[in-house]
Structure formats: structure tokens, C-alpha cells
Design a protein around this ligand. Structure first.
Ligand code: NAP
Length: 289
């Protein structure tokens, strides 16, 4: 079986490739698992000809499509680029997959929701994105037909790339006070934990939308407190603020409630990912070792 990973140098793409390589090593005696890891330099998903040519040459059985323009505020300032990469890019991947009959697993986001629900979002709730990023990612979801996999995740933090855990560690090592918003709730999610489920769903060709996050929820303030404490800094150094107190204000609106009920996994009897506290404590230990 051959698996093509787009966005392979990104935060999640890197962990997906590591997870696949681990499984390929374990399979030495069974059916082989070939992995083609394509970063942006190797495959620009916004380029239709490039995607059709690459997929035609590679002939993957499965495409894990982790490439995206993920700069939420950047997308707000440049909607054309956001839609070219996130929506049209996914159209190209879907078209190429159709030609070679590959199964696609597309990574999507909690930001497809408006955050007004009083409860965690189900896979079957109506999306209503607040931002260009959210709209462009929802556009990508709609390029795939029902037989493919869509994994919506949230608040991802991993070893590679920029994320909130690394930001808090950097600020925590400095002298000053910190402030983080306390009126946006979500489930911080380990890129490595997420990758395992993405690979399981992809190799199993599970159709439909799946919400995949670490379990439990907190605010950015709660996340900052846990990171500081886990790294041996004083959690009392962080002050809670509200979104409207951010200076300067962020260009893109964020949902107040980003919590995703992992209902499709839960109702299918899958083991859910560990708590966000466990996942983020483990990541802090790894980053500070
Ligand atoms: N991070 C989160 O909190 C979060 C939350 C919910 C959902 N997601 C989704 O999870 C997926 C992975 O996100 P991530 O955290 O791994 O983000 P990331 O670290 O920004 O990775 C995305 C990768 O896609 C690449 N890319 C950008 N434009 C491209 C293009 N035109 N063609 C090919 N590759 C391109 C980027 O390359 P460059 O760095 O060179 O631009 C980057 O390596 C995305 O679909 C994202 O929407 C992420």
C-alpha cells in the first residue's frame, strides 16, 4: 500500500509521516507500506497540474492531505490565497485522487463552527465559520465526496512548528507577566496523538467526518497555566483576559466554544485520545528535556 502525505513538513504532517514510518517498520514481514512525504516545495497543492502529475506518477492508494495555509489572521488579510490553498488545493487533491481511485483523508478544523453552541459540537452540527480561514477549510471539506475521510481537530500542539505551548514556554522563560484569553474554550490536542488516529482512519478508509481531539476542554488561559506549571514556572504569573481586551485586536474572529465532541469515534466504540492535560504535560516534558 502506498500513502502520499501532503504538507508533510508541517506540525501534523511530520507526526503523520513518523507514525507511518513506525508502522512500515513493524510491517516488515507483512504487506509493505510505502510512504511518500511531500512538503510544499515538493508539491504545491494550489497548482492543479502539479498535483495531477504527482499523483499520477506516485499512484497512491491513500492521500493524507495535511497541507493548508493555517495562518488564521493571515488568511483574513489575503482571502484569495486562503481559498487557493485550502479550498481549491483540496479540489485538486480530490480530482487527482478520483483519477487513481485513491482514498483521501482531509484535515479540517474546529473553526468551521461559530462557537455559539452551549455544548460540544457534533460531527453532524451545522458549520458556520466566522473567519476566512474557517470558510476556506469548510470549502475544502465540500470538495470531497462522501466516501472520503474528514478529520476535524483543534488547538494542535506538537514538537514541530509554532504553537501555543512553545509560545508559553518562551514567555515563561522571560521575566514578565503573561496574559491569555479566558473566554475561548477548546481542547488542546497533541499532534502525535492526533496523527495516530488520522493514520488509523486513513488506512481503514473510514468514510465521513470525525472529530479528533484530546479529551476535556479549557481556555487559552487554562492551557497557559498548565504549561507554566509543567515546566516548573509559577502558573500565577498568567492573568486571564477577555478576547476584546487583546491589543491589538486579532483580525480574525475565533469561536468562543471550539470544543468538538468526538462522537463518531465514541459511538463507533473507538478508544478516545487521552486528556488534554496528559497530552500537553507529556509534550512540555519532551520540549524541555
Ligand atoms: N494547528 C492547529 O491548531 C489546527 C487546528 C485545526 C485544524 N488544523 C488543520 O490541521 C492540518 C495541519 O495543520 P498544521 O498544524 O500541521 O499546520 P502547519 O504546521 O502550518 O502545516 C501545514 C503545512 O502545509 C504547507 N503548505 C502551505 N501551503 C501549501 C501549499 N500551497 N501546498 C502544499 N503545502 C502547503 C505548509 O508549508 P509552509 O510552512 O512552507 O507554508 C506547512 O508545512 C491543516 O489542515 C489545518 O487546517 C490545524
Amino acid at each position: 500500500m502506498r500513502v502520499l502525505v501532503t504538507g508533510a513538513a508541517g506540525q501534523v504532517g511530520t507526526e503523520i509521516v513518523s507514525d507511518l514510518r513506525r508502522r512500515a517498520d513493524e510491517r516488515r514481514r507483512g504487506p509493505s507500506l510505502d510512504i511518500v512525504a511531500a512538503d510544499r516545495a515538493a508539491l504545491d497543492v494550489a497548482d492543479r497540474d502539479a498535483v495531477l502529475a504527482a499523483v499520477g506518477t506516485i499512484q497512491p492508494d491513500i492521500i493524507i492531505h495535511a497541507a493548508a495555509w493555517t495562518a488564521v489572521d493571515g488568511c483574513e488579510a489575503d482571502p484569495d490565497r486562503a481559498f487557493a490553498v485550502n479550498a481549491l488545493g483540496t479540489r485538486h487533491v480530490a480530482e487527482a485522487a478520483r483519477v487513481v481511485r485513491a482514498h483521501v483523508c482531509y484535515l479540517s478544523t474546529d473553526y468551521v463552527f461559530d462557537g455559539t453552541s452551549p455544548r460540544a459540537y457534533l460531527e453532524w452540527d451545522e458549520p458556520n465559520p466566522l473567519s476566512v480561514y474557517g470558510r476556506s477549510k469548510l470549502g475544502g471539506e465540500r470538495e470531497l465526496d462522501g466516501g472520503h475521510t474528514v478529520v476535524r481537530t483543534a488547538w494542535v500542539c506538537g514538537r514541530v512548528g509554532a504553537n501555543m505551548v512553545k509560545t508559553v514556554l518562551r514567555l515563561g522563560a522571560g521575566p514578565g507577566g503573561l496574559s491569555f484569553v479566558d473566554d475561548q474554550r477548546g481542547s488542546p490536542t497533541s499532534a502525535a496523538d492526533l496523527a495516530r488516529v488520522v493514520v488509523d482512519l486513513s488506512l481503514g478508509r473510514h468514510p465521513g467526518i470525525f472529530h479528533v481531539t484530546n479529551q476535556g476542554a479549557t481556555s487559552w488561559y487554562g492551557l497557559a497555566r498548565l504549561v507554566l506549571g509543567a515546566a516548573g514556572f509559577d502558573p500565577e504569573r498568567v492573568q486571564p483576559i477577555s478576547t476584546r481586551d487583546l491589543t491589538p485586536p486579532r483580525p480574525a474572529a475565533r469561536p468562543a466554544n471550539s470544543v468538538l465532541d468526538n462522537a463518531a469515534l465514541r459511538l463507533s466504540g473507538w478508544n478516545l485520545l487521552p486528556s488534554w492535560e496528559q497530552a500537553i504535560s507529556d509534550l512540555v516534558a519532551e520540549l524541555t528535556a
